[in-house]
Design a protein around this ligand. Sequence first.
Ligand code: GLY
Length: 458
Amino acid sequence: MTRAALGHEDFARRRRLLLNHMHPGSIAVIPGAAQQRRSNDICFPFRQDSDFYYLTGFAEPDALLILIPGRTQGESILFCRERDPHLERRDGAILGPDQCQSVLGVDDAFPISDVDEILPGLLEARSQIYMNLGEHAVWDERVLAWLDELVSRRPAVVATVQQVTALGHLLHEQRLIKERKEQVLMARAAQISVAAQYAALAQLRPDVSEADLEAELLYSFRKQGARFEAYPSIVAAGDNACVLHYTRNESLIAAGDLVLIDAGCEFAYYAADVTRTYPASGRYSQAQRALYDLVLKANRGAIAACRPGVAFNQPHDVATQILVDGLIALGLLRGAAQALIASCAHEKFCPHKTSHWLGLDVHDVGDYRLGEQWRDLMPGMVLTVEPGIYIPRDSTTADVPEAFRGIGIRVEDSVLITPQGCQVLTEDLLKDPDEIERWMATKGSVGQSAQGLKEVVA
Ligand code: GLY
């Protein structure tokens, strides 16, 4: 059994791997996140930058990691806040440079207040800088200012800085393949999110508010050790579910509504992402069931296509074919499937792609294409599979029979690619419509956990 918690040796190994891939004579500048102001002098809860966290495990604001391959005095240098009794009394402990060096295992650590003095010297004679331009505007400006300073000091030295390269080319490829411990953490994030959906589902009935279900999700996340959502939870009844990123979550749920719940927690910095669509009354109407069956078939077909060596877009192509064939059979699309897909006519009802990467970020990093080609899936990649059909009750669907309008359905799982095929991290959450109806009919008399659910539906 792999011990899930990441230790400082894991972060050091990641730095080593990145250093090994960096060009000799280069330097990487990797800023941490800053505190974000919410109102007046109150900040949002701090969340470290994912790249910085991946390489350090250090969750304090105002820090900067520098990596310099081959530097004899030390290849990893951290700038961080100094200890400050007043600040620590208000906001909690600060590690400080000395502790950072010993605890995090970086080669050197300095106060962040010294960065303007030290950094220009580290940049000297480096031919290439790796950084993610555009993500941290303040740091972009400072790097340019340091380079300016070098120009004014020693023009000959600056002439050697020839290239600024996106750090993501190296680092995001590394992040794309999840190590075993990351897989375990992501499985836990999925498990927590599944249990939270059961907690919300147990409260679903006509005349409760979307807010009531959102509250169940948040309570459940927090109780299970996940402090944050990986993204704002979506609890969308009826027509609201046709807004893809609906987050108002404050409407009353009506008896005939379908309720789409798209909610994943962040556990130990790793995201889950899972969506189900339930009937408020406990039973799908005939039209709802016809659409639901179609989306579920697309979800299952796409998951069956998730295995090493398959192009990233293949699950999407499989799902799209199933959805379009089904919408034609229901009379909601007219024409030949291939022509409809080629002209994007199906996007009227199926407007989004089927998958995105998942990891430290819910829309995780990593290229989807290599050159012109979709890249192949590989063991250790984690992606979502989330086909959907959306038929808003608006002027664009005036020609659609009323029974199909005001319906948004998405069935989404988090999927880990394994050497043999794939593992569905969210598989414990029901998606078979008969099983959902049975569970909703008996939820008052059984446990709310996945275990309870399995006993009922067995
Ligand atoms: N499920 C939320 C998102 O993909 O944005």
